[in-house]
Design a protein around this ligand. Sequence first.
Ligand code: NAD
Length: 513
Amino acid sequence: MTQVAEPGSIDVATASPTTVSHWIGGRIVVGTSGRQGPVYDPAIGLQTRSVDFASIDEVGAAVAAAKAAFPGWRATSLSKRTDIMFRIRNIVEARRTELAAHLTAEHGKVPSDALGEIARGLENLEFACGIPSLIKGGFSEQVSGGVDVYQIRQPLGVVAGITPFNFPAMVPMWMFATAIAAGNTFILKPSEKDPSAANFMAELLHEAGVPDGVFNVVHGDKVAVDAILEHPDIAAVSFVGSTPIARYIYETGTRNGKRVQALGGAKNHMIVLPDADIDAAADAAVSAAYGSAGERCMAVSVVVAVGESADPLVEAIKTRLPRIKVGPGTDPESEMGPLVTREHRDKVASYLDSGPAQGADLVVDGRQHVLYQEATGFFLGVSLLDRVSPEMECYRNEIFGPVLEIIRVPTYTEAVGLINDNPYGNGTAIFTRDGGAARQFQFEVNAGMVGINVPIPVPVAYYSFGGWKNSLFGDLHMYGPEGVQFYTRAKIVTSRWPDPGTSKVDLGFPRTR
Ligand code: NAD
């Protein structure tokens, strides 16, 4: 039987299983704002849960809990924090199937994809277990007579993460793993479209021994986000989402004196040179374009076919498409699930009208798929648009769905020019057997992450993730070494232990020589 929660109660036992509430100070806190949003199962197209939308006061309560927890957490020894990070890693690993089930139920991604997302998130937890080495400072002995200088890195305080719908587990792990390992306390504002994974992770962290208040979740929309951006006790904000919101987060957060890293949208190009192995390139393009229904910021959305690679490549891609099994995540055969909402699915499908209207060839139309035509879920089959050109709407926008575009160009120079002229610069890839061409590409392409015969070059956790141009606002990339830098600040200590009676008054500017 569904239990109805008392508004404002902070008792897990009274929380409603059909409502996703906040997690503050180590407990579920039922929302009192009177505002909620719907959560759908995209495979069946029905609302399954509601999510509470936080008020300014509720965000304030989360910040207060995080602020209260900060002194104790930052004073917790590195070995104890490391121990807790290990426990988190082990619990997430052990309970990954349950976590994946939340992703399938609310995002729609198939279980293999959901487990892949969690595996990449786990890498970040594993990286964060190395925090004692990562946070080491530097020491310079005898910079002047009897004077030593050393640098320590200290946590910032309360930090917040605002995350997108497409990676409800991995992107929060990109952020909180490093943030809390470094001694900060954390507030997560996940996407309101698939909020349950955040609460499940909060429970796992609690079980792993994370003290109350170190990790908090507030759900909501712009009201919650603005409250985070304006709260004077939040020192830093990490954001991942679309470009217009990333820009807004960066501008508002920095105006309010916060450290901000805001990752935005993408239009990822994959160049195929005429010497490439066409079958390998076609396999890679299909996997990278349609995996997770194209709802990945590193999805390949444009294949740039150079010269004579175009005809055989389009043919090779086309022959692979009918074999992709589209279906709900509950069907073990499914390789690609539905899109996240009906509205988003319809927006994606609209490019299948505008593309051909502006001159593209619609080689495969995902609207012909039986699930698009008959199912209540938000399905769209895979689609292929050939002979796309840069002025078309389908090229100028991030589609974020299972639509792959082909642009045909005569030379490598035009291919790389297309990428460098594009306002986004997240990921890109080149397929070739020519090492010199690949090296030239890595040298001159304006993008943050480059794949050489690798279509989705998401960096491993000990490098950092970030795009260029409109794909990232801020200085530092996310997770990895730059994540450690983002979530800590340097303190430089100049120290002398003089013998008594050796001091004198000297109004000159301190010199080392
Ligand atoms: P989104 O920008 O709509 O939402 C992201 C977050 O911002 C959510 O938590 C949402 O609640 C909040 N938000 C939405 N509108 C807001 C507003 N007006 N004011 C304040 N906050 C607001 O993004 P999405 O649709 O959830 O995710 C898809 C987008 O994220 C795509 O553009 C994709 O490329 C991008 N993305 C980028 C990366 C990357 O690493 N660069 C990774 C994943 C996703």
